[in-house]
Design a protein around this ligand. Structure first.
Ligand SMILES: [Fe+2]
Ligand SMILES: [Fe+2]
Length: 181
């Protein structure tokens, strides 16, 4: 099978595969944001308004906090021998970390020297419940930030992020339904 190089217009990361992935393996953006690397058009912010900057700064805090929260949750699940829980939280922490990197780039900021850390619950179910709260908050805030955005690139990224976090809500709701069975 012949492979090609694809690239995500949201996080900018490249991917090698025969087909474009349904979701970016790095940031979770949906397939409409994934193009052939040969068609790359270098999407950038044209001008950052105070509103957009403020919302991106808030988004950065959300993403850094969620990355750290999921890293803690993955560690607890691993310790408990829960492989599925570990995989879920590890994947979430990687995706949220990618979002934080994307936002840092848009703000023109360097990577922080110190990694943000956060406490989490011991029990898997409590971490899923907390995740649901965090993802609902992020989805709503990103949808509002997308409608308020003045720069087209900022609007595009916030709209994509809102959709990605909504996928995480679905994941949490499926988990909780399964745990309550
Ligand atoms: Fe991506
Ligand atoms: Fe995120």
């Amino acid at each position: 099978m012949k492979v090609k190089v694809w690239r995500c217009r949201i996080c900018g990361d490249p991917y090698i595969g025969a087909e474009a992935p349904t979701h970016c393996p790095f940031c979770g953006a949906h397939s409409e944001h994934i193009i052939l690397a040969s068609d790359w058009d270098d999407p950038r912010v044209a001008s950052l308004s105070d509103t957009d900057r403020g919302n991106l700064e808030k988004a950065l805090k959300i993403e850094q906090s969620n990355t750290a929260y999921y890293r803690c949750s993955a560690g607890k699940a691993e310790k408990a021998g829960d492989f599925e829980g570990f995989a879920t939280f590890k994947a979430l922490s990687k995706v949220e970390n990618e979002h934080a990197s994307t936002i840092l780039k848009m703000l023109g900021l360097p990577k922080p020297d110190k990694e943000h850390t956060e406490e989490c619950h011991d029990a898997y179910v409590d971490n899923v419940k907390e995740s649901l709260k965090r993802e609902k908050n992020a989805t709503k805030f990103y949808a509002e930030s997308a409608s308020a955005a003045t720069d087209p690139r900022v609007k595009e990224v916030f709209a994509a992020l809102s959709t990605i976090e909504a996928d995480h809500i679905q994941l949490d709701e499926d988990k909780l339904a399964k745990l309550e069975e």
